[in-house]
Structures are given as structure tokens and as C-alpha cells.
Design a protein around this ligand. Structure first.
Ligand code: KG4
Ligand code: ZN
Length: 360
């Protein structure tokens, strides 16, 4: 079964081909540089860029693999959550292809696709405890199957990626700064310097739930940086001259901030393991852009080892937005006969994605 995946939910335009669960090829155009000028994704600009890139990327992918639409069995397209205008570009393109080629189409939940992406490299086992950490979402899932994933916990305000990017922004670093503050923090840890784990207090843990709130941590970081303006100035030097100009003090603050986030995620995941122990989770699956973060990866490894659970982390290139995960999710659902028709709708962020698959 050959599946074409189309991803355009935020600021990456991507297409990929997955055959019988194996990635064949993928193409991706990122808009990060364009949005960096504005300090965040500008939805209208993002939609226009998707519209500009989509057709050319499709042609490149298909020509490179000597394929035409006739060779495709199922077209998978990210239907949400995401920026509505952006999603509509992907859906419009997918529907045109489906109509022109008389092909089946399936709308893919972008968040579930992130969680399943690791299946391209390793055998996923269900049920698993899923942690999705991206720029827009921080969710804990009971991954019962590739199709059924009830949410067990979520953020009440900022997503983890947002907390990272806003911290980076306070330091004058370019958007999205998550990966850069990770690099700075990690460069200190890899020298063997101990992290100051007391600099920031883990937010929203004095309760017994498995939800998150990162807005307080952001304010604490803002207060700290205001009291230490030389760190903000150093951040500007890093922006202009690169990471080599970061002081050890700035690297240490980045490490403390990221450790605080990672250990908060780990603490809530541990609560979920204990609260839902009767589910018999077989592994912990971490996904989304922030799954690339080295502090998150190492804290969750410690947790997984403690409970003798397998830790599944997608390769870094599968953590951020891509179409391989969309094509793979389409394959997982398509092989069980699921699909949509041309009534398929885009679902913007904040709305529940309906379970409205049709089945052969
Ligand atoms: O999943 P993703 O590519 O896009 C969506 O939000 O759907 O995630 C992007 C987020 C951004 O906030 C980015 O700063 C963050 O992932 N990110 C990281 C790292 N790499 C990407 N945050 C912290 N450490 C990283 N290494
Ligand atoms: Zn994403």
C-alpha cells in the first residue's frame, strides 16, 4: 500500500511517501526564516507560503520516484489541529489529487501522527503512555491503538515549546529559540558542570493531577532575567555572533530552565504511570518538536528505567513537523480500511477532532 502524506498545519510544507509502513522519500520546505522576522508564525503569511510551495514539492517528490498519482493508494493529509488557513491549503491540494486520480483520502490528526512517527523506525506496542510536547501542545495520552488515544492530561496555558521559545525571546534569541537554548544548556552539561536544579521551581506540581501549567515558570524566568540584564545582553551577542559568544552563566541559566521543564514533565508522567498502572503500559512514547530536547530525553530515560518501561523517542528528524508521520499514520489507518471522502474538513486548534472515519 503506497500512501502519500501531506503536512501543512503550521510553518513546514511537507510531502512524503510511505509504502507498507516504510518511508520511501520525503520533501520539506521550511518557512522558519520568514516568520523569524516577526518573532512568531504569521498565519496569513504561512498559508501563502504553503500555497506557493505545495505544487512544486509534489512534482519534485513524484518525479524523483518515477511515480504518478495512479500509483498512490491513499492520500493522507493533516486535517488539524493547526492554523486553519494553512490546513486548508493542504486539504485543498489533497482533495484535488483525490478527485483527479479517483483516490481515497484520509484526514490525519497531526498530534496522533507525531506520537506514531516512531513506528517508522521501531515496532510500537499498545497500550503505551504518550507524551506529546510541541510548540502548541503538551498532552499526556493513553495510546490504546493507532486510532484511539484518549487524553489523560494537558497544559492549562502555555505549551512546553512555547515556554522554551518565549524564554529564548526574552534573551533576544531568534524564533523559534527552543533548540538554541537546548544547545547552550547542553554544552555546559557535557563539560561536566552540575545543573543548578534550585534556580527555578517546578511549576504546578503541588496538586495531585497530571495537568501542566508553564505560565508561572515563564514569569519567574522573566523576573530573573530582569534582575540580571547582562544575560539579556549576552543573548543579543549570541544572536549576532553565534553560540560561541554565550557565557557559562547564560548556559547555566538555560540548563536550569530546561531541567525544570524536563523534570516537571517527568514528574507528571510518573503520576500517570502510577494512576493508570492497571492499563499495563508497555512503553513511554515521547513525540513533538520538544522531544528533540536533550534534557527532556534524559529525564524521561531515567523515568522509563525506574519503571522498566521501554522508552521510544523518534529520531530527531521525525520529532519536528514532517509528512513522513502523516503518510505513516495514513498507512496504519488505511490498512484497516479507514478513509474519508471529499466532505473532510479542517479542524483548527482548540476544537476536538471528530472520529468521523468511513470504513470499507
Ligand atoms: O512539533 P513541532 O515541530 O511543531 C508544532 O508545534 O506542531 O514543535 C516545534 C517546537 C518549537 O517550540 C521549537 O522551539 C521546539 O519544538 N523545539 C525544541 C527543540 N527543538 C524544537 N525545544 C526545545 N529543545 C529542542 N531541542
Ligand atoms: Zn507538530
Amino acid at each position: 500500500m503506497l500512501c502519500l502524506g501531506i503536512e501543512s498545519s503550521c510553518d513546514e510544507t511537507a510531502l512524503a511517501l510511505v509504502k507498507d509502513g516504510k518511508l520511501i522519500d520525503q520533501v520539506l520546505a521550511t518557512q522558519i526564516d520568514k516568520h523569524a522576522l516577526f518573532g512568531g508564525v504569521v498565519p496569513e503569511l504561512a498559508s501563502r507560503e504553503h500555497y506557493r510551495f505545495m505544487g512544486a514539492l509534489y512534482t519534485e517528490l513524484m518525479q524523483r520516484n518515477n511515480l504518478t498519482i495512479n500509483d498512490i493508494d491513499l492520500i493522507g493529509v493533516a486535517r488539524g489541529p493547526g492554523l486553519l488557513g494553512c490546513l486548508l491549503v493542504g486539504l485543498g491540494f489533497a482533495k484535488s489529487l483525490a478527485l483527479a486520480g479517483n483516490k481515497n483520502i484520509i484526514g490525519i490528526n497531526h498530534l496522533q501522527a507525531h506520537l506514531l512517527a516512531a513506528g517508522l523506525e521501531t515496532q510500537l506496542k499498545f497500550p503505551s503512555l504518550g507524551l506529546l510536547v510541541s510548540g502548541g501542545h503538551t498532552h499526556i495520552y493513553n495510546m490504546k491503538s493507532a486510532k484511539e488515544m484518549p487524553i489523560l492530561g494537558h497544559t492549562l496555558d502555555d505549551a512546553v515549546g512555547e515556554a522554551c521559545d518565549k524564554f529564548a525571546k526574552m534573551l533576544n534569541l531568534p524564533y523559534p529559540g527552543g533548540a538554541l537554548i537546548d544547545k547552550m544548556g547542553q554544552s555546559l552539561v557535557s563539560q561536566g558542570t552540575e545543573i543548578n536544579t534550585k534556580l527555578f521551581t517546578r511549576p504546578y506540581i503541588k496538586n495531585d493531577n497530571i495537568d501542566f501549567s508553564f505560565s508561572g515558570l515563564k514569569t519567574a524566568a522573566q523576573t530573573y532575567l530582569k534582575a540580571n540584564p547582562h544575560l539579556i545582553e549576552n543573548g543579543l551577542q549570541v544572536k549576532l555572533n553565534g553560540i560561541e559568544s554565550a557565557s557559562d552563566e547564560l548556559k547555566a541559566v538555560c540548563a536550569s530552565y530546561l531541567y525544570c521543564i524536563a523534570s516537571t514533565l517527568s514528574l507528571k508522567m510518573e503520576r500517570a504511570i502510577i494512576k493508570y498502572k492497571d492499563n499495563g503500559f508497555k512503553s513511554i512514547i515521547v513525540a513533538g518538536g520538544v522531544a528533540a530536547n536533550s534534557f527532556v530525553r534524559s529525564e524521561l530515560k531515567i523515568l522509563a528505567d525506574k519503571y522498566k518501561l521501554e522508552l521510544i523517542l523518534p529520531a530527531l528528524r521525525l520529532c519536528t513537523d514532517n509528512a513522513a508521520m502523516v503518510a505513516y499514520n495514513a498507512y496504519l489507518l488505511g490498512k484497516d480500511g479507514y478513509h474519508h471522502d471529499l466532505r473532510l474538513n479542517a479542524i483548527p486548534r482548540g476544537q476536538i477532532i471528530p472520529d468521523d472515519y468511513l470504513q470499507n
